[in-house]
Design a protein around this ligand. Structure first.
Ligand SMILES: O=c1ccn([C@H]2C[C@H](O)[C@@H](CO)O2)c(=O)[nH]1
Ligand SMILES: [Zn+2]
Length: 136
């Protein structure tokens, strides 16, 4: 990925994160993904008074992608907060798996910029995906 492409994802995640609804955790997250044809979709976390009903930023970005007519993630960037790495939770790794590939970049950022790059294969090894259900 070019620096410009990563920059565009960072800015989209930043804009989405500004709208995060996280009154309970006070941990705002933004996520932005790019499809193979270059479309960028973003999402933020949306919490709920019934805590388990809250949704992650990555889930929002993926919903926006599917609603926009795309079904492939070329790369995804997650922008969190704090000192640590805001890597996608287990459920979101599986959500990314549905539309990604082993080598799909998952870029973890903080407010100051990119912190670390992973691939989906690193974060979700030996995964189960749509191919497992393919019938010949
Ligand atoms: O990758 C992550 C990690 C956490 N969260 C959200 C879920 C919850 O609203 C808050 C604290 O876990 O951050 C995300 O949206 N994405
Ligand atoms: Zn998640």
């Amino acid at each position: 990925m070019t620096d410009d492409a990563i920059d565009a994802l960072f800015r989209a995640a930043e804009a989405a994160r500004a709208h995060a609804y996280a009154p309970y955790s006070r941990f705002a997250v933004g996520a932005a993904l790019v499809t193979p044809d270059g479309a960028v979709h973003a999402g933020c976390n949306v919490e709920n008074a019934a805590y388990p009903v809250g949704a992650c930023a990555e889930a929002g970005a993926i919903s926006a992608m599917v609603a926009g007519g795309s079904r492939a993630i070329a790369a995804i960037l997650v922008l969190g907060d704090g000192e640590g790495l805001c890597t996608p939770c287990g459920a979101c790794r599986q959500r990314i798996r549905e539309f990604g590939a082993e080598d799909t970049p998952i870029i973890v950022a903080g407010p100051e910029g990119v912190r670390r790059r992973f691939t989906l294969g690193e974060l979700l090894p030996v995964s189960f995906g749509p191919e497992n259900l393919a019938r010949g």
